[in-house]
Design a protein around this ligand. Structure first.
Ligand SMILES: CC(C)(COP(=O)(O)OP(=O)(O)OC[C@H]1O[C@@H](n2cnc3c(N)ncnc32)[C@H](O)[C@@H]1OP(=O)(O)O)[C@@H](O)C(=O)NCCC(=O)NCCS
Length: 214
């Protein structure tokens, strides 16, 4: 079988971890694309964005984003100018995808992730190892979910959120767009957009700082 050629963007932690999730029976890794010309690797070729436009047969997995930059994921991914059909979705062979689960394009689903009945993962989402998204929950476009996160049933996480590792989110609530949930938080109530929640029970870090509680 002729293998499909694949580029990963950028050369970051998610991109390197994505290699564990891709079937190299199906794909041939051409290398990474990165905007930082100083990045170097002994193992992989690193290209500028030009390669994406020179060779339109290349498939792409774009996984930028960190707690510092997650709100810009939509802008960064859109700026690549890649048709939706060129994106792949990488699902680790030891992830569990339940009945009637939907996973969009350009998603990265790492080892041990469990998506149970009717869960929906929209386009451009990364879910790190051992996280569980329960039945009827929705993870919005461009959101990053850390490792060991539990999202209980019927909860909606908005677009462009960052859910820190080890977070638990109670069932049936919603997390507004562009919210940041700090490492190890327990979210027990719905959260408005652009929030920055930490702790157990989680509280808005911006409010705590304003009130001089932290
Ligand atoms: C929330 C977060 C982004 C920090 O935001 P920040 O604005 O830089 O906050 P600071 O580090 O300045 O901390 C401000 C205060 O909040 C507290 N705080 C920060 N993160 C916290 C967290 N996750 N839980 C509880 N308290 C936290 C700090 O202890 C500090 O309190 P202090 O002033 O009494 O010392 C970061 O701590 C975090 O949780 N990032 C997610 C990391 C993650 O999940 N990584 C996984 C990668 S796979």
């Amino acid at each position: 079988m002729l293998k499909k050629k694949l580029i990963i963007f950028p050369f970051n932690g998610n991109g390197v971890e994505a290699l564990d999730c891709i079937s190299f029976d199906e794909y041939e890794l051409i290398g990474f694309v990165d905007d930082d010309a100083c990045k170097q690797s002994k193992q992989y070729d690193i290209y500028t964005r030009d390669i994406l436009h020179q060779y339109r047969e290349l498939h792409v997995l774009a996984v930028p984003g960190s707690p510092a930059s997650f709100r810009k994921r939509k802008e960064i991914i859109s700026s690549l100018g890649i048709d939706r059909s060129r994106y792949i979705t990488a699902i680790h062979p030891r992830a569990s995808i339940g009945r009637d689960v939907q996973v969009g394009k350009n998603c990265l689903i790492m080892a041990g992730v469990v998506l149970t009945s009717n869960a929906q993962v929209k386009d451009h989402v990364c879910i790190l190892p051992n996280s569980v998204i329960h039945h009827d929950s929705v993870v919005g476009e461009y959101t990053l979910v850390g490792s060991n996160v539990v999202i209980a049933g019927g909860t909606t996480v908005g677009e462009s959120c960052y859910i820190g590792s080890g977070t638990n989110i109670i069932n049936g609530i919603s997390i507004g767009d562009a919210s940041l949930i700090g490492l190890g938080s327990n979210i027990l109530k719905s959260v408005l957009g652009n929030a920055k929640m930490v702790g157990n029970p989680a509280r808005d870090l911006n409010t705590l700082v304003e009130q001089k509680i932290l």
